[in-house]
Write a protein of this length. Sequence first.
Lengths: 195, 633
Amino acid sequence: MDTTNIHIVEEPEKQLAMHPRKFSMWLFIVTVVMIFAALTSAYIVRQAEGNWREYELPLSLWINSGIIILSSATMHWAYLSAKKDNLEMVKVAISSTTFLGVLFLIGQMWAWNVLVSNEVYFTGGNPSESFLYVLTGLHGAHLVSAIIYLFIVLFATFRYQVHSKNLAKIEMCATYWHFLDILWLYLFIFLLLNH
Amino acid sequence: MATVDIHLNEETAHHGDGHHEHEHHETNFWTHYIFTIDHKMIGKQFLITGIFWALIGGTLSILFRLQLGFPDMDMSWLKPILGKWIEIDTATGFGTLDPEFYLALVTMHGTIMVFFVLTAGLSGTFSNYLIPLQIGARDMASGFMNMLSYWFFFLSSAVMFVSLFIETGPASGGWVIYPPLSALPKAVNGSGLGMTLWLVSMVFFIVSSLLGSINYISTVINLRTKGMSFSKLPLTIWAFFLTAVIGVLSFPVLFAAALLLVFDRSFGTSFYLSEIYIDGEALPNQGGSPILFQHLFWFLGHPEVYIVLLPALGITSEIIATNSRKPIFGYRAMIGSMLGITILSFVVWAHHMFVTGMNPFLGSVFMLLTLIIAVPSAVKVFNYLTTLWRGNLVFTPAMLFSIGLVSFFISGGLTGLFLGNSAIDIQLHDTYFVVAHFHLVMGSASFFGLMAGVYHWFPKMFGRMMDAKLGYIHFWLTFVGVYMVFFPMHYIGIAGYPRRYYSFTNFDTFNSFADLNMFVSIAAICTMTAQFIFLYNFFYSMYRGKKAPLNPWKSNTLEWTTPREPGHGNWPGEIPTVYRWPYDYSKPGADVDFIPQHIPYSETPESNLPYENELIKLEAEDKEVKVADGSKH
């Protein structure tokens, strides 16, 4: 009893305080979650009203999902290497994450091409078709921001600003990247179940 | 041990206590007043911009009140200001207000007041200004993000301001911008470029609001001074914190809604559009649902009401306790009810949509949830009244405005009970009854919170006092004026008169309300005029006011421990440590009737309660720890 009291009176701020920027990153992630929560619930509400065109999802989305999962693995590899001060490995790992990220975006564009050739269009058609483009496009836009972030971390690595005593940058980058990975998987499963 | 680890891993460890370097920064005009990262200056920037917008929003309301109160008036004298929006009959020289411009006026009045004045001007000002000062922090978690937050708001303001002057006029589909009207540029002039600019402006506004909210939350959670536990936070900070939480959760949803609307407007999708004819010509859009937009919009729109109101309630709690010289009644109940309001605000949105043909069962669910909000609201009202009850009241202008808020919150809140009923809403929906309700409970109450805040913290903001006499005149004219304006609207509304109508003289039913409408318009003009007293007082006192003492209201919170004009970093020395809650007013046994938060219990043996005496031991240990800490650095 006594010890808990001491803790509260002495330094209560320390109990919750975390890196303010990391915390802000989490709050930013919350806002992105809310955007997609809004869009996917709009999707469900609209679908429930009927007049909903069904179509096949392109197979390449499966491959893209594989790519983005792999990129999460390389991102984690980069983080672990930074923790061990293995800077060369960090550069390789971040570069490959960036590469896989770009590959994912190209894959998404390819999926759009396939959709267009299947006569599923962004504009002029049923909302079910437009929704797919909005969801993938908005996720892609966030991924572009994450790739820019990866470049920033990569430059910082070259200037020896990323190492075991200075992990905040790469940690935040990894958090964002994993989040976008999970967000894509959520969207993909959502589309598989509800398209 | 844990703290040591964190500091090793942090590149921004200097945001902690020992952060003094900013105080010695060279500042010039640009870095001090314009691109500042000092939360106090950013708060003032929000305040000044908010006042500017309030003037514009108020002026717009006077224009449409002229039309409503005096439908037969010759408006040609407004021609020099409004230009082509006044149509002059060439034969008689008689001027009338353009009906489409009337719609634009009410739309812009709503948009400006809700977002630019009562969200940015109120929450932006006081969250920025008070959070670091009251929790004992040198600045916000990220000063840079905070600066961006203001400049995105400025950009948003600039775009919205420009939209007032374009040829086709500003957006005119109502501040709720329901499609299909807002989605079809061909439908009405205001849905053209004006609507596009409205959407662009709102996107910047959302970015600004999110940057701000993220910053407020992470500051309140991470940068509190020693001893400032959540159970010792002033209620203002609780209110700003919860407001920011609501903002982070609801503004992204408006973004999603606006994004889909942009696609519908400019790219040819059909999220909200289906089977529409314009001028007998069928549009290609198929399969959209306008109701979908309403769901998305009100998922923001309802929490937005509380984004507007909660900061005002927080400010009021602080001011009423200080000027009643009594602890706030039910501190924990206040926090609980704010938490309750926060949570409930997300599950009541469909009460704005009772008459959209929604399933009556769903309607009754939303009705139930809506009426539950009355419970935390009533808790707050009773706590304000019981704080005032037998208090040693000091009627400063801030106190009067706070009591005025409580009054509006009661009279406006009671009509909420009627509107929340899905059956009664069939009659009252979209009538002046609704207008009266939300202008009292949300508009005027929050505006009074804003005013109370300005009067109360002006001495801290500008180091000078505002003139109290002018404050009293301003208060009474505004308080009486607001009731004169909005109370009669209840009757007009119950009679079924719909809002947003240009004119009602063509309907026999409503002719009998011509006098009442004239009365309302005159009251509105008087109330608006009274605001110039405030403006004069505000700007005059800023330069010529009496120099403020350090703690003019004998208040307990930390901001009054700073110098008269605090520099960047707020406290020249160490940040004070907090030992007690902020409401130790008139504590039995104490020499003075207030004991600030940074006074340890060991210095007030005469007024300590038994359990507080035990805390003295812990304070002593705390001091030792501090000494030990100091020797380490």
